[in-house]
Design a protein around this ligand. Structure first.
Ligand code: UDX
Length: 435
């Protein structure tokens, strides 16, 4: 099948590369000429394990193409994916749909023959109707269907998530031609018996928000249990295991930490709250989740300050990990963006290291010294704190770390070390929700 993908951000690029790898002929289009030029040269705009090889192989085998020209991309495309950004609109938290509608109009002006227009971007309920109306207005006689097909991939595990998803959701493929097209696109998953949920378009749009909101709520729940564990002398990791083994709850997404960040949970929870309020059906649990998570990210700096004896003025804090999670260079809504400025405001000097996030962090943080590795980062510091659980921080040379630190204090906001072992190694060790 011939596929066009509009937008080469996380979702667009990964989807395009994976559809090409499924054997389809895919053209990815983006307005950003320098991004397209770099992609043509094999340079990825994001750090995502496995993506560069996948793109390179599919470009070499001529199934994957990049262009800035939507006319070229849309020429005889059977399916066109809208995978542009839907950022939070400044001020009101609503998703900004201007890129989605611009893409819809671009498609309307260029599509040829029966075309399935698929929204992969996370869009509020009813957006599909609006996309359809806008295309219909420009092309009253065109034959097309507008289908919702939300993407559930996680950064850092994106290719595996795309190729081996728990399910695929397709909304609004009522026309048999559209349904057949979607089945054809996902045929390799069909053969794997991946469940494909065919549903109404509005339901599909809501499924995406409901999934993200539920996961954000699950994380926030365990974070509150972590605070409670600290207050009553329990261990949150064991609480998580003890509840997670109940199949109805499930053990995933129960790692307590400094609060969720990233490009999806903060933006999508906020958008859902706004949509629900306007629909007169407020989602109070999600409203609370948003508030609790924001407050948590802010309170984490105080936890570090308390661990350092209540005062960090004139002290140096070594921060290991800046990105919102490991295996990405993405800093969007990362807890580090709240924690580091608060430490600086309390008078601390911050030295930081991250395996992939430094280039982006430099743009978003002020007066931070960036180290080249973990040992340079801790040298002469008064405390070390873990903000992101990169694998390379899991097995540090503790003798070296201890010798390098002024004070052997480790504040681990991701619970990646064992408290007894850290104490045996001679550290004062503070973690999340564990004695
Ligand atoms: C998320 C959803 O998982 C994905 O399905 C959706 O398509 C996009 O949003 P992503 O933002 O890439 O994916 O990362 P994810 O692994 O879900 O982590 C989000 C945040 O939650 C991170 O800040 C992470 O550190 C935090 N988190 C996750 C926890 O604090 N504890 C957990 O147990 C899991």
């Amino acid at each position: 099948m011939r596929v066009a993908v509009i937008g080469t951000g996380y979702v667009g690029l990964v989807s395009g590369a994976c559809f090409a790898d499924f054997g389809h002929d895919v053209t990815c289009v983006d307005k950003d000429a320098s991004k397209i030029a770099r992609l043509k040269d094999g340079h990825m705009p994001i750090f995502e394990p496995g993506l560069e090889d996948l793109v390179e192989q599919n470009v070499r085998e001529e199934r994957l193409h990049f262009t800035t020209d939507p006319t070229e991309a849309l020429k005889s495309a059977d399916a066109v994916f809208i995978a542009v950004g839907t950022p939070s609109r400044r001020g009101d938290g609503h998703a900004d749909l201007s890129y989605v509608f611009a893409a819809a109009e671009e498609i309307a002006d260029r599509m040829q023959g029966y075309t399935v227009v698929v929204t992969k971007s996370t869009v509020p309920v009813g957006t599909g109707d609006e996309v359809e109306a806008r295309i219909r207005k420009r092309r009253p006689d065109a034959e097309f269907a507008v289908v919702s097909n939300p993407e559930f991939l996680r950064e850092g595990a994106a290719i595996n998530d795309f190729k081996r998803p728990d399910r695929v959701v397709v909304g609004g493929a009522d026309d048999p031609r559209a349904r057949k097209c979607m089945e054809e696109l996902y045929r390799p998953l069909f053969l794997n018996e991946t469940p494909i949920v065919f549903t109404e378009r509005r339901t599909s749009e809501l499924i995406k928000y409901a999934a993200n909101a539920f996961l954000a709520m699950k994380i926030t729940f365990i974070n509150e249990m972590a605070d409670l564990s600290e207050a009553v002398g329990a261990n949150v990791q064991e609480v998580a295991r003890g509840i997670g083994l109940d199949n109805r709850i499930g053990s995933k997404f129960l790692n307590a930490g400094p609060g969720y960040g990233g490009s999806c949970f903060p933006k999508d929870t906020l958008a859902l709250v706004r949509t629900a309020q306007e629909a007169g059906a407020p989602t109070r649990l999600i409203e609370a989740t948003v508030k609790v998570n924001d407050a948590r990210k802010k309170s984490m700096a105080q936890k570090i300050i308390d661990a350092a004896g209540g005062d960090v003025a004139g002290k140096t804090i070594a921060v290991l990990g800046l990105t919102f999670k490991p295996n990405t260079d993405d800093m969007r809504d990362a807890p580090a963006l709240d924690i580091i400025p608060a430490l600086q405001a309390a008078g601390a000097t911050v030295r930081a290291f991250d395996p992939e996030g430094v280039a982006e962090a430099r743009q978003m943080l002020r007066d931070v010294e960036f180290a080249k590795g973990p040992y340079e980062c801790v040298a002469g510091a008064d405390a070390m704190t873990i903000l992101t659980e990169w694998d390379q921080f899991r097995a540090l040379d503790w003798k070296r770390v201890k010798a390098a630190l002024n004070t052997p204090l480790v504040v681990d906001l991701r619970n990646i070390y064992r408290p007894e072992e850290m104490r045996e190694r001679g550290f004062t060790y503070v973690s999340i929700g564990r004695p």
